[in-house]
Design a protein around this ligand. Sequence first.
Ligand code: HEM
Length: 421
Amino acid sequence: MFRKISGSSAFNSGFYLPALIFLFLTLLSGVWLRYQWTWPGGMIFRADFLIHGHSHVALLGWVFLGLMGMTLESGTDRRRLPFRFTAITGFLTAVTTVLLFLAFVRDGYAPASIILSTIHMILGYILAGIYFRCTSGIARLADRHFLDGAVFWMILATAGTWMLAAGQGLSPFWMHVSVRFYLHILFFGWFMFALAGFACRYMAGPDQKSETWPFWLMTAGLLPSLLPHLDPGRYGAWGFTGDLPWWYTMAGTAGTLLYGIGGIAVLFMLFRSGYIRSVRWRFPILLWTGIAGAAFVFILPVITSFPAIRGIWMQSDFLVIGFIHLHLLVTVTSLLLFMLLNRRIIKGPQRYFGLNAGAFLFTTGNVAMVLLLFMTGFFQIAGILPPWPVQKMLFYTGSVSLTGLGMLLLFPQFILFSKRL
Ligand code: HEM
């Protein structure tokens, strides 16, 4: 099947096409969850299992394959890249994710889903190996720093999962640390570093490309910025009981601040280069929404790193889920989709009303959903019942996003198979 594979078809069949299908499945499962909670008569799937299916297909299907494809395509020397092997590994990752989704929805965390997650991790290591064997670009430039860093964080994040698997007798505190470590390094390391790498490679001017200090700030801040997410005081771990000492809090805030300043510096560099504004990008709504989302993703953790504020913030599930979707949907998904849609020439996009309307609906639904989650969270903290039917409204906003994405995906020939830029 992969015999006569060319570079583009390797990435399309092994990475981008499955990634886009997984994005659709992510939105469909998310909207279905809201549907079940709005009209419990339609309860078909066990909600907690479906949440696991939704989050795994989102992280390991859509974001992993989309980012990995882009990282391999833009960060390696195509002449040295083993296209056939890369495509087969990508394709196997996609098949594993389909099985993983089914296993999670059927049984939740059970032997089958755990074995499949492990296979997914191993395939991830193989793809990381291919990347490091074939890297291209000038090593001292910012984009190479960010892309190398992203793949490194992707591997390191899995240390959390191995710790969970290895330590049967792990204390509740260390189980909590393993999960937090995995998610934190995945979301803020792998995902954000890869996006910063693409931004530096494709959108920064020549002067900005050699500025690596934002990379070093983000790198220095990443691990300490995990501290506010851990609560050793609550578990009586590390000799702490109750309130944490000032230096622990300071170290956490300093980490989030370093990371946030590095991230905001990347955004500033993009504006300073002027290039980002001079190009006629397709679907600029995705780019600007993603950049606005990224600014919040860099700033909000600094504010919530203070224990007093964090204590209040964590009281509301809506704020927690709202921030996760601000990060993963409004920021990572918008920017990744933007990158994929701008990979190829779409002839006369203005004529394809369906595509532009799709991008508009998708973005509107996403932003409305996150705003609604945040507003509901603030009402929840204030102890006031929100004056709107929360689950129903969230179902509607999700449906708008899903419709927009459906319209975009109706035209795959323009996204994947048109001429390369
Ligand atoms: C229309 C789009 C989406 C809808 C309607 C939606 C809906 C939901 C719902 C209902 C939950 C469970 C919330 C709860 O436990 O109270 C959830 C959780 C989650 N979603 Fe989404 N989602 C969408 C898009 C995405 C995307 C694109 C991603 C990632 C790329 C994502 C990642 C996650 C994750 C990781 C969780 C688990 C959070 C946790 O358990 O802590 N979602 N989503």
